[in-house]
Structure formats: structure tokens, C-alpha cells
Design a protein around this ligand. Sequence first.
Ligand code: SAM
Ligand code: SF4
Length: 343
Amino acid sequence: MTTTADAGFAPLIDPFARAITYLRVSVTDRCDFRCVYCMSENMTFLPKKDLLTLEELDRLCSSFVSLGVKKLRVTGGEPLVRRGIMTFFESMSRHLASGDLNELTLTTNGSQLSRHAQSLADCGVRRVNISIDTLDEKKFADITRWGRLKQVMQGIDAAQDAGLAIKLNAVALKGVNDDEVHDMVAFAGSRGMDITFIEVMPMGEDMGDGLRLDQYWPLSDVQAKLAERWTLTDSPHSSGGPARYVDVAETGRRIGFITPLTHNFCESCNRVRLTCTGQLFQCLGQETEFDLRKALRDNPGDDAPVRDAIRHAISHKPKGHDFDYSRQKVGGRMTRHMSHTGG
Ligand code: SAM
Ligand code: SF4
């Protein structure tokens, strides 16, 4: 296996002169929840043979690190339901130790954090994103279908006990959690956490346009509502992602807004996404994908062709995406599920 130190490989630069330093990797398409905007109730999951093994995930992520990726975010599906996933975190921690990787992190629904938070901290994870759209038990069960709020609250406790910094992610849903945004900001503030609101995106094929168009709530409106109660000032903070932030004077914490639909943040895009089957998506909103699994499986023990395949893929990264709700119809709608691509 190769590391950056021995290699000195040229960094990954895409056709628009953007350096690719951030890899989001989906380690499973499975989940113990069935959030209405993400999955249908009766999901058919991928056959196991299609999934990258933990060893293949290691080879691929390590190849990206050798090409200059500095931040690795593990996601899914629910990453912590993948069997053996802690061995993957343990093995990735060597790149933190060598200094090749600056950050190893994950996005999780929090359901398994009671079990895993301490081990994650031991592997060098310092921050986690936990998705939680409501503080109301009934609504939580309605949104996630299979999830229970209490379990996630226990996960938040465990993560804080293990010393992990937490950012909450909440999808803003009109008619669902619009009456709760103040409570959520207060809750996050009281626990020393930042919170990011996300606009619902047109993902997946079997939920009907109506659902998300009805629930679509522009974050400009969310921010206006928040400003009625909280003193918000624009923050220069950047997490290296597409969120923009405001400081909340009353809590001393930040609120982030991820607005893929109303604000085009593609110019500064530094990331690519790897699916659990080894397809590399250059852009959340484009269908173009490159198969890296073939390069892995055709070349056991030789990572040079894997690096070549990565470079080839990056040389085709498109300029940006085409999501558009502006005419009250979903333009550029994607047919794959977020759980497959990795949210
Ligand atoms: N299971 C983990 C979780 O829920 O955090 C990680 C994967 S999940 C796909 C990642 C993020 O994508 C979550 O914050 C979720 O709320 C968000 N998400 C899923 N479907 C979405 C959609 N259609 N629009 C906007 N955000 C979505
Ligand atoms: Fe699972 Fe996360 Fe999708 Fe909800 S958003 S169904 S928790 S993968």
C-alpha cells in the first residue's frame, strides 16, 4: 500500500482548477431508519457481492489519501450499521497518525452511537454530524419511520461523553418541523452544538414530486424566521463544505445553512463522493459516475491502476449541478437515492 509520504504523487486537480481534497464515502446503502425523504419503506438493498469489502474500501480510501485527500467523511446509509465498520475506522486512523489525513469524520443518524462513540474517539474521530430533524418523539417516528428519538438522544449523550464535537443536521421541512426551529437552535445551543439546516433535495424516484415540492422550505425563509428570535450575524466560519454560517449571539454557537437549490456553491467544490459499490460521483447533482471497483478487483495488490482510475475520473469532474425548484417543478431531478450516493 502506498502513502503520500513515499509517493509524492501530484494532487488531484479537476478541469476547473479545483483541488479535490475531500472524499465522502458511503460504506453501506443499508440503514436502520427509513426517513421519508431518503428511502422508501420497502427498500431493496444491493446484493452483498456488489458492495466494496472493508479491505477494498481501505485500498480505495488510502489511494485517495495518497493523492492528496485530507478529509474523509464516512456516510451511508447508516455507516454504523455496517458489520465490522470499526475495523475500517481503526485502519483509517493510521493516515491521521502519519499526518496524511487531517480529518476522519462521519455523518450518522446517531442510533448506534451509544455503542460506538468511544471507539470512534479512540480512532481519532473528533467531530460527528448527527442528523435529527425534530425534537418531538411522534414526529421523529413519522419522519424516520423506524427510528426512535430516545435512542438518538442517548447517542448524543454518548458522543459528548466521549469528547466528540457534534454538529446537528436538520432537513428543513415545511409543515413538519417549521414550528420547531427555535427549539432546535435552543437545544443545540444548550448542549454546545452547532446546527445546520439543509434544504430538502429532489432525490429518489418513488416518492412522487408532490411530497418534496410541498415540503420544500427555502432556507432564506428559515433564516428570516430564526432572525425573529435570535440575534444572527454572518460568520466567516467555513467547515470546508457548502454550508454558510451565522453566529447566534444568545447561544454562542453557529447555525449553518446548506442551500444546494437556491445558492449555487459549485465554484468552490473540493469534494467527490464514493458509493458503497465503488462508483465515484463527481457531483451530487449529476449522473456521471466512474467505476473504481473494477480497477480494484482487476488489480489485487497493485494500487497504481487504482490511482490512474481516480485521476481519470477527476479529469471529468463537471462544473456544477442543475437542481432547480424555481419554476415549482423539479428540474435536474436525480433518480438515485441519497443512501446510495452518500449524503
Ligand atoms: N444515515 C446517516 C444520516 O442520516 O445522517 C448518513 C446518511 S444520510 C443520507 C446523510 C444526510 O442526508 C442526512 O443528514 C439526511 O438528513 C440527508 N438527506 C437524506 N435525503 C435527503 C434529501 N432528499 N434532501 C436533503 N437531505 C437529505
Ligand atoms: Fe437512513 Fe440517513 Fe437516509 Fe435517514 S437519512 S434513511 S438515517 S440514510
